[in-house]
Design a protein around this ligand. Structure first.
Ligand code: PZK
Length: 298
């Protein structure tokens, strides 16, 4: 097995954004390099160990979904073929191959486009407190992880300081991006989700919710960032789905169980993971990739 790539080192290239797991570099005025590392987060912390191949698996999953959705929405990908990367990346192709994409620079909307088909996470919290999620009233008596009558658009505002995103109303989205953009974002989010969740269901997976990020390139709305990966989505095995409580995480359950077992206080520094937890978790990412793409090789 390969080692995990925890940090990218791309010499003089300048880092545009660093997320918990993804790094974005500036290539030129119009192009960025989007890199998925092997970092893994749990309980809001990046852990001391990475998962070998995680960045490659999630990048290949995003590319699968971008292609699957190509007739539905434009996207930011220019190429994921290292042979087509700009020459200044040549020294780094070993780190980058399979885990990176050259993307078009977009004017990003400062809105996380979340869609939920099941009641979980912050949606469940809001529902318990108010009977609604993002101002959308829901039937009474729903239980945690219940399926909603239909998928709902539940946008969130990005909180930069590493804090959790804050659920906002559709009126808030309108105030931020204008009515026409807000309606386009909601329509695209629901349309993409409908197509993706049907595919997931055919492969034995429930797509409980996911988050999209959109931007504008040449006056057109494009789908950016990573798409429909386990890091941006809740996938549940359809087999064993049991509403009335939380569902086990498809990908991170061994990690969470381990962190609970050692009674980590969820304060930095986050612990490293035993080899067995790393290997089992890697197998779950590969299983998600196989189920969704039908391919067994990256
Ligand atoms: C962009 N993010 C979110 C933060 C990440 C990603 N095509 C684009 N053009 C301009 N900006 C972005 C993108 C994309 N994708 C996305 N921030 C900027 C983000 C941290 C790490 F990998």
């Amino acid at each position: 097995m390969q080692n995990a790539l925890l940090e990218t080192h791309l010499g003089s290239l300048s880092l545009t954004a660093r997320g918990k797991v993804r790094d974005i570099y500036l290539l030129n005025e119009n192009e960025l390099l989007f890199v998925a590392t092997d970092r893994i987060s749990a309980f809001d912390h990046v852990l001391g160990s990475g998962i070998p191949d995680k960045g490659r698996i999630l990048t290949q999953l995003s590319l699968f979904w971008f292609d699957f959705l190509r007739d539905t929405v434009k996207n930011h990908v220019l190429t994921a073929d290292p042979a087509k990367f700009p020459v200044e990346l040549t020294p780094y192709l070993d780190q980058l191959a399979g885990r990176s994409m050259v993307v078009r620079r977009a004017q990003m909307f400062p809105v996380e486009c979340v869609v939920r088909a099941y009641l979980s996470g912050s949606g469940w919290k809001d529902y318990q407190a108010t009977g609604a999620v993002c101002g959308i009233a829901l039937p009474k008596g729903l239980r945690e992880s219940d399926r909603l009558p239909e998928p709902i658009f539940t946008p969130a505002a990005k909180i930069n300081t590493g804090g959790h995103d804050e659920n906002i109303s559709f009126e808030d989205v309108i105030a931020t991006v204008g009515r026409e953009n807000a309606e386009s974002l909601r329509r695209l989010t629901l349309e993409i989700f409908e197509k993706a969740s049907r595919h997931a269901e055919n492969r034995g997976l429930i797509l409980a919710d996911t988050k999209f990020e959109f931007g504008v390139i040449d006056g057109e709305i494009v789908l950016a960032d990573e798409v429909l990966t386990p890091d941006s989505s809740r996938y549940w095995p359809a087999d064993g789905y049991a509403p009335g409580g939380p569902q086990p995480s498809f990908d991170k359950q061994y990690v969470r169980d381990y962190l609970e077992s050692i009674r980590w206080n969820k304060q930095a520094p986050a612990p490293a993971l035993p080899d067995e937890v790393v290997e089992r978790t890697r197998a779950k990412y590969l299983e998600a990739f196989r189920l969704i793409t039908g391919r067994s090789e990256l």
